[in-house]
Structures are given as C-alpha cells and as structure tokens.
Write a protein that binds this ligand. Structure first.
Ligand SMILES: NC(=O)c1ccc[n+]([C@@H]2O[C@H](COP(=O)([O-])OP(=O)(O)OC[C@H]3O[C@@H](n4cnc5c(N)ncnc54)[C@H](OP(=O)(O)O)[C@@H]3O)[C@@H](O)[C@H]2O)c1
Length: 138
C-alpha cells in the first residue's frame, strides 16, 4: 500500500473490523488520519469510536450505502473480501462485484483507492473494470 499523507484528509476503510482492517485503522489513527470506518454490525462500532473513528453502517452489496459512506473522503482503503463461498456469499458477489462497486463509488467522490489482495475467479477482472483507474497495488 502506498503512503498516505495527512493532506489527503478523511480516509474511509471498508472491512474496518476485520483482521487486516483493525490493524490498518489503528495505524491510520496512530498516524493522525481522520478515519471513517465502514462496518455492517453496530457491535463493531464501540471499539472503533473509542479509537476516534467515525463509524457508518454499510454493506458492500448495497451500492447506495457505499456512495453515501464515501462522501467527503479523499481516500478509500478497501479490505472487504471473503476467502470461502457460502450461499449467496460468493467470490463473484463480494470480491469481484463488491470491489467493482467500491471502485465506482470511489470514482464518484474522487477518492483515491487503496486495497489489499482480492480473491476473484480471475484476478484480471480488476483491470478489466477500467484500465484507466488509479488502483494502488499493495
Ligand atoms: N489475513 C491475512 O493474513 C491477509 C493477508 C494478506 C491480504 N489479506 C487481504 O486483506 C483483506 C481482508 O482480509 P482479513 O483477513 O482482514 O479478512 P476478515 O478478517 O475476514 O475481514 C473481512 C472484513 O470484511 C467484512 N465484510 C465481509 N462481507 C461484507 C459485506 N457484505 N459488507 C461489508 N463488509 C463485509 C467483514 O465484516 P463483518 O465483521 O461484518 O463480517 C470484515 O470486516 C482481504 O482482501 C484479504 O485477501 C489478508
């Protein structure tokens, strides 16, 4: 992940309460960045608020919640992914489709996008979304 600078302002983090997300949030807060943490369960909110994060509820499968959650953010760190398929929770729905929607919502608000590895059936999917996108490699 490339370095963020303070003048990049509010940073949105998807998967903020996940394994990687919680470490990224801590690092961002320690470095003094204002963080908007995206979670889908209110139970995750207290710890993140105690760290000084703004917390918003957003599900990666809900496009509209993403656009609203990213409003006013200068950067988005995307850390939602599943490593196991179950029912409607598929690589295609979450890892490819969810990431595509995160990319779209980031572009709408002109936020710079950073991400961790994403599991898809074909990693080239990300480049096919839009080759002109400024997707940061970890
Ligand atoms: N763990 C590692 O060692 C490692 C190493 C390299 C790269 N990575 C990459 O880092 C990323 C995150 O991995 P992780 O280990 O942190 O995974 P994790 O602990 O399972 O966290 C995944 C996060 O995604 C959220 N999430 C899942 N489905 C969602 C949905 N529909 N809407 C909104 N949020 C949803 C989860 O929220 P809930 O708590 O609500 O389920 C959780 O916060 C992945 O891309 C992974 O490939 C991980």
């Amino acid at each position: 992940m490339s370095a963020l600078s303070h003048d990049q302002g509010l940073v949105a983090v998807t998967g903020a309460n996940g394994f990687v997300g919680s470490h990224v949030v801590s690092a961002l807060r320690t470095a003094g960045f204002p963080v908007r943490a995206l979670v889908r369960k209110t139970a995750a909110a207290a710890r993140l608020r105690a760290q000084g994060c703004e917390v918003v509820l957003a599900d990666i499968r809900d496009r509209r919640s993403l656009a609203e959650a990213f409003a006013g953010c200068r950067a988005v760190v995307h850390l939602v992914a599943v490593i196991r398929e179950r029912g409607g929770v598929t690589f295609d729905a979450i890892n490819r489709g969810g990431t595509a929607d995160v990319v779209d919502a980031s572009v709408v608000v002109s936020a710079r996008l950073h991400g961790a590895t994403v599991v898809t059936s074909d990693p080239a999917d990300l480049l096919r979304i839009d080759p002109a996108l400024n997707i940061e490699q970890p």
